[in-house]
Design a protein. Structure first.
Length: 525
């Protein structure tokens, strides 16, 4: 018997059991059923394009066949067998590698280094996930912000409180390895075959605890609530980091701080670390009843059939050379407060594994270019973000209540009336987005929404809200690094990885960054 790969389409309510899949493959390849043996789904995606009367599952399958297929043109090329990233083993006498930040980049760097024999000390300014969860809950319920333990700082980074999306637009050969590693620490096996894999915040909690146990079993020293105050440098060579406890020596330091470590950016700049402003995007969270999105995307009426997952979307529009697009869409999710500094309001989206909320939400953001900052300072983008976040705090009544307006009111230019139903905590306050954003952001959002309503009928609705301010789409800075070594230009032994220094955007790309930088460090050892 030989393994063959092919692609089949089945109805969304099709029972994907082994017997039925064997029949589907036999019919598709025009071969007798007795010659089709084990069938395994390699990748599955829901195809809801309008050319189908109903959504269908698009399945890439591997089948063991005892006879050559009659219709060979329906076969797919045999995929290459991918191996784990092969790195040299660290010498036993090598000094510890310091990693700053326990988000996806830092954790995956620590994992790859430790399993290849390197000594690792992992510093995280926030708390472990179980105590971090209580601080985040207190902020949502009472509006009490912990500046070091919140939805951005702590074990797992900002990705812990997200939809747990594990897909990226880049086709990177390390994607299968990241997914396999996540399954090793308790991730659901479905992420290996889903075209748009996601985990959900509730499952991420357990997985992070399992990963921490694995790192400790390798001998990794994991230190929570320990903030890097500054780098320790000997000329232009890194020699460690300084914390409140003192100096921790190492000739190799990986900075994986995430995009919200603004105080760290200022400290690094003061120490001479090269830094440049980069474009990003800002806007709002659009929150709709999930049934509106389901109805528009699936066209199967309300409620959606139980065989279909909550529908998602990806929208984009360009006008006057400025992009407006959806970002980090969370079907069946909730909008959450993600401030990291006092008297500033920031929002993001998250969901659980089941995506069972009656609401859908997505960032709707407008491209911001470097010349919009009206400053040549490398951290001008940070100050641009802060200005919007302070304005959102003021528009919400000088509290962590988020400013909002009905989508239909905003598009029509009406003043903010009663708000649509929402589960957002600490709560919403009616507000005019002109009080928060500059004119080019407001105009971009309004034009984008009108265009999106033509793509998703009912998108501009009185049943949904726009909630501000979504400002942390990506890092506002980039720290230049050598393309081969990942070391900061001019600073021996200093590596940067992930979202903070401007090289990733999401869990998957940040995890890949962690593996890649760890590989470079192991080669240097």
């Amino acid at each position: 018997m030989k393994p063959f790969h092919t692609e089949i389409f089945v109805e969304h309510d099709h029972d994907l059991d082994a017997t039925k899949l064997r029949r589907d493959v036999a019919e598709h390849l025009d071969i007798e059923l007795k010659h089709v043996h084990e069938v395994r789904i390699v990748k599955q995606a829901l195809d809801a394009r309008r050319r189908h009367s109903k959504p269908k599952w698009r399945l890439k399958v591997q089948a063991q066949l005892s006879q050559e297929p009659a219709k060979k043109q329906r076969l797919l090329p045999t995929p290459k067998v991918r191996k784990r990233l092969a790195s040299p083993t660290a010498p036993k006498d090598s000094s510890p590698v310091i990693i700053v930040g326990a988000g996806p980049a830092g954790l995956f760097a620590a994992w790859h280094l430790a399993e290849n024999g390197a000594k690792v000390v992992l510093f995280e300014r926030g708390k472990p996930v179980e105590t971090r969860a209580r601080d985040c809950g207190r902020f949502r319920s009472k509006g009490e912000l912990d500046l070091e333990s919140n939805l951005s700082f702590g074990e797992g980074g900002a990705g812990t409180y997200s939809d747990g999306k594990l897909y990226t637009r880049k086709n990177n050969p390390l994607i299968p390895e990241v997914l396999e590693r996540l399954v090793e620490v308790g991730g659901p096996a479905r992420i290996l075959t889903d075209a748009k894999p996601h985990i959900g915040t509730n499952l991420l909690f357990r997985m992070l605890q399992n990963l921490r146990s694995k790192l400790i079993s390798y001998g990794t020293d994991v230190r929570f609530e320990t903030k890097m105050e500054r780098l320790h440098l000997s000329g232009n060579t890194v020699s460690g980091i300084e914390t409140a406890e003192g100096v921790h020596h190492s000739n190799r330091v990986i900075l994986a701080t995430g995009h919200s470590a603004r105080d760290t950016f200022y400290t690094l700049l003061a120490q001479g670390i090269p830094m440049e402003a980069k474009p990003f995007a800002v806007g709002v969270r659009a929150e709709h009843p999930q049934c509106i999105i389901d109805d528009a995307q699936y066209r199967q009426g309300r409620p959606r059939p139980p065989s279909l997952p909550p529908a998602d979307y990806r929208l984009a529009h360009t006008e006057h050379n400025r992009g407006v697009y959806s970002f980090c869409m969370c079907p069946g999710g909730m909008v959450v407060p993600t401030a990291t500094e006092a008297e500033m309001v920031v929002v993001n989206g998250m969901s659980t594994a089941k995506r069972g909320s009656p609401f859908a939400n997505s960032g709707l953001v407008v491209q911001v270019n470097v010349d919009d900052f009206k400053s040549d300072h490398p951290l001008a983008g940070v100050e641009f973000q802060r200005k919007l976040e302070r304005a959102a705090y003021a528009a919400g009544g000088n509290s962590y209540v988020a400013p909002a307006i009905r989508i239909s009111d905003f598009v029509s230019g009406r003043s903010a009336g009663e708000l649509a139903r929402s589960h957002f905590r600490p709560g919403l306050a009616r507000a005019d987005l002109n009080e928060i954003f500059p004119e080019f952001i407001v105009k971009g959002l309004r034009r984008g929404l009108k265009h999106f309503d033509s793509q998703i009928p009912g998108y501009v609705t009185q049943e949904g809200n726009l909630i501000g301010a979504e400002t942390r789409t990506s890092s506002p800075i980039r720290i230049p690094r050598n393309k081969e070594t990942f070391q900061v230009e001019g600073f021996d032994g200093l590596y940067v990885a992930g979202e903070g220094p401007g090289y990733a955007g999401g869990i998957m790309s940040a995890a890949i960054e962690g593996l890649n930088v760890a590989h470079r460090v192991l080669k240097s050892l």
